[in-house]
Design a protein around this ligand. Structure first.
Ligand code: ADP
Length: 190
């Protein structure tokens, strides 16, 4: 299996690039943000719970997120591979993912980390708010909180994969095509 963690701060371009990667490599795209947003829209119990965290820019608790992700992976256990987008976002999630994949006799192949500086991220998120209608993108205070939680809880996940020699940093600025090309090159070198 080809299992990719597509990593990076809010607004780094994970969603956009995931679309390109799933097409080229025939992978299942698991975006925890997208899955939560589907639950939100349908007002499921999980959606109602997740909303209280997402709307204010906090992480949904690990137990909840991990259970949801596990169920999605098991549902597609005969896939060619996965792109994990927006997961893992904490070291506890990374450990749970390793265990889960091990139980399926597979593992993470590579972590691709999209590197974009903070000023650019803030600009992109405010721009996205105009089209996405996402409340967590529209408010500079909430954007600030998401970035600071990223720096504190999520950025350490890079060291987790670096310790396994799986981290590849990718410059996340330039045209969308240029970034896609960098990602393809890193994957094809595996
Ligand atoms: P972003 O553009 O900020 O990367 P996402 O669409 O990936 O946003 O996620 C939106 C929100 O969903 C996050 O701010 C968080 O509240 C929640 N969320 C998504 N993935 C996770 C996760 N792995 N762990 C905890 N919360 C998550």
């Amino acid at each position: 299996m080809l299992n990719i963690v597509l990593f990076g701060p809010p607004g780094a371009g994970k969603g956009t690039q995931s679309e390109r990667l799933i097409e080229k490599y025939d992978l299942i795209h698991l975006s925890t943000g997208d899955i939560f947003r589907t639950h939100l829209k349908e007002n499921t119990p999980l959606g109602i719970l997740a909303r209280t965290f997402m709307d204010v820019g906090k992480l949904v608790p690990d137990e909840v997120t991990i259970e949801m992700l596990k169920a999605e992976v098991v549902l597609h256990s005969n896939a060619k591979g996965f792109i994990f987008d927006g997961f893992p976002r904490t070291n506890a999630q990374a450990e749970a993912l390793d265990e889960l994949l091990q139980s399926l006799s597979t593992e993470i192949s590579i972590m691709l980390s999209l590197e974009v500086e903070e000023e650019e991220l803030k600009k992109r998120l405010l721009g996205r708010a105009e089209v996405s209608g996402r409340t967590d993108d529209a408010d500079p205070v909430i954007i600030e909180r998401r970035i600071s939680i990223y720096n504190k809880d999520t950025a350490p996940v890079k060291a987790f994969y670096q310790a396994q020699n799986k981290l590849t940093a990718i410059q996340g600025t330039g045209t969308i095509d240029e970034i896609t090309h960098r990602l393809f090159t890193a994957i094809d070198a595996l």
